[in-house]
Design a protein. Structure first.
Length: 133
């Protein structure tokens, strides 16, 4: 399930060897507003396998226990994610973290945590992407 900003036709047909699942052949993709993605993640977690959501939505989803953390040991370039997202730093300098700064909601203590970790761990909530860049 994905929000409308990522509802791209190309995303529906990625090579299955890249992500380990076949999305379009076996599953339908839904493009919907972020609020609808959040509602579905909270109320109908067994209705989808993968979710593409916003960082601000995680504060509503994670406490339900409906989202498993992503094991960073299985993500080839997890260690290359910008420190802006992982630590709230750019070139070693702290940046503002008002609102839902990614570093506040990026990590879980364990895969099925219902709370966020204040420090980086092996389990991420989302993998950052760019929209409208």
């Amino acid at each position: 399930m994905q929000h409308h900003a990522s509802n791209l036709l190309a995303a529906r047909h990625p090579p299955s060897h890249n992500i380990g699942v076949v999305l379009w052949a076996k599953h339908n993709l839904w493009g919907t507003p972020a609020s609808a993605v959040t509602k579905r993640a909270v109320t109908a977690p067994n209705s989808f396998d993968l979710i593409d959501t916003e960082y601000f939505s995680l504060k509503k989803i994670i406490p339900t226990g409906n989202l498993l953390g992503i094991d960073t040991k299985r993500i080839k370039n997890a260690d290359k994610i910008t420190t802006l997202f992982t630590k709230g730093e750019v070139a070693g300098k702290k940046v503002g973290d008002q609102g839902t700064a990614p570093k506040k909601v990026m990590y879980l203590e364990k895969p099925d945590s219902k709370t966020f970790s204040a420090a980086p761990t092996q389990y991420m909530t989302l993998i950052p992407t760019d929209y409208n860049a």
